[in-house]
Ligand binder design. Structure first.
Ligand code: ADP
Ligand code: MG
Length: 455
């Protein structure tokens, strides 16, 4: 199984490690013992709509008026989104130096049970920054093929789909690097100080190295201390020119000190390809997701592309604005009347931020007369059909539990000026968690890695 680094109290007791190495314990990422059944039709649908989502995110990121209008109420009440938006405005005002744009995203879905019992693909969210687990998901097929082979299920083992998002994500970075057009320039991966999921990132770095593209890992702090722009706004860090900045940090408020905000601004002002640029990060906010579901909005953003619009809309769950006014009042009334059918979401990433059930009710009661409610959106709660699987994680006994899954599809696209030069889906991720957890992904310690077993 794939490995990751963790501070694990179990290991600290068992092994006499020097203190400096305690955060260097290599462990395995949690996974299911068996692959989970996923209807092939839904897998195909998710793959088929991925290029549309790439186009949509890219269109939103280029539409400053749409972003401004959509986020206007949110940024009054949400400091984090407001700060990102400030940088976006500053870059627009100065003029965008970047000419090549790279999007690496992951669109996540759950399988809603229709009233007739059939499952439907419903989008949970799209991650436009630091979409992770493409590296680890490239290794999981071999794990389940092995498990099934041990059980002499050779035919079943052969049905586990091949999957290599790390290669596809690296191809996107490589294309952007090539179009930047400077043979000695590097890829700068913005890394967290303590990164538990480093092997996920290394998988992509190694794919790049195989193409002779070198990656340096630096923190925002390093950029602020050793980063600079020349007169053409080319970015240099430690004296080396940077072609592509790949963010694996910078999506949560806690990841930014004042110094880090300054570093982010410096990066955004540069002509290096940012993955994502600030506008694309904003395009991935929950508020934008909610506004995209409004009647007529997709048609305006993707003119003349009615088939893409229909494919996109078919994956949308119910999404409701909580802005002050009658529409928001009605949404709150509906949620208070049937709390189990809704999720309250702030503008946050990384899992564990959404509110459900009684907590949601309390929050809505508190928020309903305040403008602060505009920093949240309300979403229909997806209720997939649970199934049994066994979750394996370090230090916990294996247990068979009732589970639900979330499917992610990775997308990669590259645009040069106004021309889209790459638009692909590059693989999938299946995460499975015990039913009793409403929220949370793999990194949050709730979900585990899985493979779809198409049926
Ligand atoms: P984050 O940006 O924190 O990952 P998400 O919107 O992906 O936020 O929500 C986190 C988790 O909460 C999801 O992985 C999923 O398990 C659960 N969740 C989110 N939205 C819904 C929903 N509409 N219905 C059911 N579960 C949801
Ligand atoms: Mg998520």
């Amino acid at each position: 199984m794939e490995l990751w680094l963790q501070e694990d109290s179990l290991f600290t007791g068992a092994l006499p490690l020097p203190h400096s190495l305690l955060d260097q314990v290599v462990s395995y990422a949690p996974f299911t013992l068996f692959p989970s059944l996923v209807p092939s039709a839904l897998l195909e649908q998710a793959y088929a709509v991925q290029m549309d989502f790439n186009l949509l995110v890219d269109a939103v990121s280029q539409n400053a008026a749409f972003l401004e209008q959509t986020l206007s109420s949110t940024i009054k009440r949400d400091d984090f989104t407001a700060r990102l938006f400030d940088i976006h405005k500053q870059v627009l005002k100065e003029g965008i130096a970047q000419t090549v744009f790279l999007g690496l995203n992951r669109s996540d879905y759950m399988f809603q049970r229709n009233t007739d019992g059939s499952p439907a693909l419903k989008q949970i969210e799209i991650n436009t920054i630091s979409a992770s687990f493409g590296g680890l998901a490239s290794r999981t097929p071999a794990v389940h093929r092995h498990v099934l082979s041990v059980l002499s299920k050779t035919q079943e083992a052969a049905k586990i789909l091949s999957n290599n998002p790390s290669k596809g994500l690296a191809l996107g970075i490589a294309k952007a690097w090539e179009l930047y057009g400077s043979a000695n320039a590097l890829v700068l991966l913005i890394a967290q100080e303590k990164e538990r999921n480093i092997f996920d990132q290394r998988a992509i770095e190694n794919e790049l190295l195989a193409r002779n593209i070198h990656v340096i890992r630096r923190r925002f702090e390093d950029v602020s201390e050793k980063g600079s722009l020349d007169q053409d706004r080319r970015l240099f860090v430690d004296g080396q020119e940077v072609a592509v900045v790949y963010f694996r940090d910078g999506y949560m408020p806690s990841q930014y000190s004042l110094q880090n905000w300054e570093a982010r601004l410096l990066l955004e002002r540069s002509c290096a390809v940012k993955c994502p640029d600030i506008a694309t990060q904003l395009a991935g906010t929950k508020k934008v997701q909610q506004e995209l579901s409004r009647v007529g909005v997709l048609e305006v953003l993707l003119p003349g592309q009615s088939e893409a619009v229909a494919r996109l809309r078919a994956t949308f769950a119910g999404l409701y604005s909580l802005d002050m006014g009658e529409e928001g009042d009605q949404a709150i009334t509906k949620a208070l009347a049937a709390p189990s059918r809704f999720v309250l979401k702030p503008q946050r990433e990384g899992g564990g931020n959404n509110l459900y059930g009684e907590e949601m009710v309390q929050a809505l009661e508190q928020l309903k007369d305040s403008e602060e409610r505009a920093s949240y959106i309300l979403m229909e709660k997806i209720e997939p059909e649970p199934f049994g699987n066994c979750l394996l994680r370090p230090g916990s006994p294996a247990r068979m539990v009732q589970c639900i899954s979330e499917l992610g599809i990775f997308g990669a696209y590259v645009r040069q000026g106004k021309t889209l030069v790459m638009n692909k889906h590059v693989g999938h991720l299946l995460r499975t968690k015990a039913m009793e957890h409403a929220d949370g992904g793999v990194a949050a310690g709730v979900a585990v890695l899985d493979n779809p077993y198409p049926v």
